[in-house]
Ligand binder design. Structure first.
Ligand code: SAM
Length: 351
């Protein structure tokens, strides 16, 4: 009996030793696996066109806070480079902010909100433009309000901010011929947006108080003017054909993307203002054509779309969320989805 007991004790001891050895061995292997995972988590190539600027990430990796921060910064840099490359291919649009002395405080406030919308739409556009703000003078009410916007001006990617007038900036003979002032008060119709031209949008919120003023400015400066071909595709009835600054920019962005006026106008003009002309094809009928054009521009477009989604998240949302006065009586934040129109982030705003 005593022999049997001693035998059992030895057996239990050996069993425990075996268990402890296995546990130590397993712990060591786990440590090795962790270290290896940490080492292999980020690879970036950065070669080729913007579509190939891809960060390859081992998603399962455990990263330190520092590594995560570096990764975010690297992704952001790739996204910005991609956005800049796309906007270089687009046309130039000046928001003419030289009208401050004609506007009331409330109108300047509403205008700055529209400038913010323009920045946001451009930043998330598949085919962005080179955006220029002219006449942003030190000490002006406009600059004071712009400076309250998140990230302005340092993090406003792809925006050139001029203290001087656009006419002094684009002052060579060649440059003057590139300028086209967009205005509802002309018979000349803009048929397309050319990459080498500079389209000017009047930074005016006037409820039609200053009718004809942008046309007069263009004539005085001897530069071209043009209106959008609104009535070729849309019926306004008794409603005004004068659009807000941000709606005009959205139309440019959407036309640059789709190369189709009907698609651009339908997407960007609020449903309450105009209806598509019944004699024309519907946007749904146009869709395959537009999709085909978009597909022809791929695969770069696919990469751009991915960047767009990320840009919306990282750059646009904070800017809009932190914008002051978003709920002011003059400007109502985004209602595009509710308007049943596709795509271009049109927002209600005062003209
Ligand atoms: C609210 S409107 C200002 C209207 C102002 N009374 C004027 O003389 O232009 C803002 C700007 O959007 C642009 N815009 C508005 N409707 C347009 C249209 N139908 N065609 C071309 N540009 C337009 C113009 O650049 C205009 O200055």
């Amino acid at each position: 009996m005593r022999v049997h007991n001693r035998h059992c004790q030895k057996k239990a001891l050996r069993k425990r030793e075996r268990r402890e050895r296995k546990a130590a061995q397993w712990k060591q292997e786990r440590k090795k696996r962790r270290t290896a995972r940490k080492k292999r988590h980020v690879v970036g190539d950065g070669e080729g066109d913007f579509g190939s600027n891809v960060l390859v990430v081992n998603e399962g990796a455990e990263m330190t806070v520092e590594q995560k921060r570096e990764m975010r910064e690297a992704r952001k840099a790739v996204e910005i480079a991609d956005f800049m490359a796309r906007s270089e291919k687009g046309t130039t649009v000046v928001l003419d902010l030289e009208w401050e002395d004609k506007l009331s405080d409330r109108e300047v406030k509403a205008l700055v909100q529209q400038v913010l919308y323009c920045y946001g739409s451009n930043r998330s556009a598949l085919r962005p433009v080179r955006l220029v703000l002219s006449g942003v003078k030190p000490g002006s009410h406009t600059l004071e309000r712009l400076q309250k916007l998140a990230g302005f001006p340092k993090s406003w990617q792809g925006v050139t901010i001029l203290e001087q007038r656009y006419i002094d900036h684009f002052d060579s003979d060649r440059d003057r011929h590139r300028l086209v002032y967009l205005t509802a008060d002309t018979d000349t119709v803009v048929r397309t947006f050319e990459p080498e031209k500079v389209y000017i949008i009047g930074g005016i919120v006037d409820h039609n108080r200053l009718k004809g003023s942008t046309r007069a400015k263009a004539d005085e400066q001897r530069i071209a003017s043009g209106r959008l071909p609104l009535e070729d595709h849309m019926e306004f009835g008794s409603k005004s054909r004068v659009l807000t600054v941000n709606h005009v920019l959205n139309i440019i962005l959407e036309h640059q993307r789709s190369l189709d006026w009907r698609v651009a106008l339908e997407a960007c003009i609020p449903a309450g203002k105009a209806r598509p002309r019944p004699s024309e094809r519907t946007a749904a009928e146009d869709a395959p054509r537009t999709a085909a054009r978009t597909a022809a521009a791929a695969p770069a477009a696919a990469a751009a779309a991915a960047a767009e989604a990320e840009a919306k998240d990282e750059a646009i949302r904070p800017a809009v969320a932190e914008a002051p006065d978003a709920g002011s009586g003059m400007v109502v934040p985004a209602t595009d989805a509710g308007e049943g129109r596709a795509g271009c982030g049109s927002r209600e705003a005062s003209v």
